[in-house]
Write a protein that binds this ligand. Structure first.
Ligand SMILES: [Zn+2]
Length: 328
């Protein structure tokens, strides 16, 4: 099974590029760009990774992102993740990025987008790995800020597939971003949103009803609500779950409590993803391995999880079919 997990052609739908920044590159870039971090060495950075909540993680995440300054830094950030994706036999990935984290530091779309795009094109030419970008709004900032960000993104939208909503969930419901998502959908962006991670199941329903999202990121709170689960099955809404992230951020105390396999067996379109692999102790393969070690996942369940990711991807039907043919 471990070999099969590694070998299967996989799809990743929920990974934040800023969350792939490895501690080694963080320290290297801090040194190169003369950004002062409150850590002396690699060990000190790794110790800071003991989070007790989403907020304590976000504090470190934003500090880490502050070392990214030049187009080349963003190129390396994307290239590092995509190199690892190739190693893991990921054949398609949809990568989220947080423009507001960089805009607030005076770093614009003209810096990070060319860096991302160069890495994406190189990797596609070398390996055939396809990459799509999802522009995420930070939900703890005002909606006006999200609308301004969308405006700044206009010249780059031919390279952006989707729009998402991330960062601190509690106190920032989907409703707050109704106009921003309407504007993004009108521009042809495919909508997704984090919902029901630390927040309640109502946030999942609100993201579907108000933001008209096509996928829910996380969505573990659907365990609270049977009617919502039926709806998620009927409407075939993919849930991009991230087991190691949920444990690291204390959404669940132990992996044995994670509902993903139970939800899979109930017929929900759940998928496995890494979220912020550099911070949560594991890439996509390691998330699958963590599930396998806890739940003794069967081959049928494993294949279904990967099939769900293919079905949930923003890919043309032809490509989906070609990927499904390799899996079944
Ligand atoms: Zn996430």
């Amino acid at each position: 099974m471990k070999a099969l997990i590694e070998q299967l052609p996989k799809v990743e739908l929920h990974v934040h590029i800023e969350g792939t920044l490895a501690p080694e590159r963080m320290l290297m870039l801090a040194d190169q760009n003369e950004v002062r971090l409150p850590y002396e060495n690699l060990k000190a950075v790794q110790e800071a990774y003991n989070f007790d909540s989403l907020q304590s993680f976000l504090d470190l995440y934003y500090l880490g992102a502050s070392v990214l300054i030049t187009e080349l830094d963003f190129y390396h950030l994307m290239r590092d993740y995509l190199n690892d994706a190739i190693e893991q036999n990921i054949v398609h990935c949809e990568v989220m990025f947080d423009p507001q984290t960089h805009l607030a530091r005076g770093i614009g779309f003209d810096v990070f987008m060319p860096g991302f795009i160069r890495a994406m094109r190189e990797v596609y030419d070398e390996s055939g790995l396809t990459v799509q970008l999802i522009l995420c709004f930070l939900r703890d900032l005002p909606e006006a800020d999200a609308l301004k960000t969308l405006d700044l993104a206009l010249p780059y939208l031919s390279d952006v597939t989707g729009v998402g909503l991330d960062s601190a969930e509690v106190g920032h419901p989907p409703l707050k971003f109704e106009r921003a998502f309407l504007a993004a959908r009108k521009l042809g962006l495919r909508p997704v949103a984090h919902a029901g991670e630390e927040g309640s199941s109502d946030m999942i329903a609100q993201a579907l009803d108000v933001l008209r999202v096509e996928r829910i990121d996380h969505g573990v709170a659907c365990v609270e609500d049977e009617a919502l689960r039926r709806r998620l099955i009927d409407e075939r809404i993919p849930l991009t779950m991230c087991p190691l992230s949920n444990i690291k951020l204390c959404v669940f105390e132990q992996m044995a409590q994670h509902p993903i396999l139970d939800l899979l067996d109930q017929g929900l379109c759940v998928t496995v993803n890494s979220d912020d692999p550099a911070y949560f102790g594991g890439n996509l393969v390691q998330n699958f391995l963590a599930l396998y070690e806890t739940f003794d996942v069967s081959e049928r369940q494993l294949r279904q999880l990967v099939v769900n990711s293919v079905n949930g991807a923003f890919l043309a039907n032809e490509r989906k079919q070609a990927l499904l043919d390799q899996l079944l």
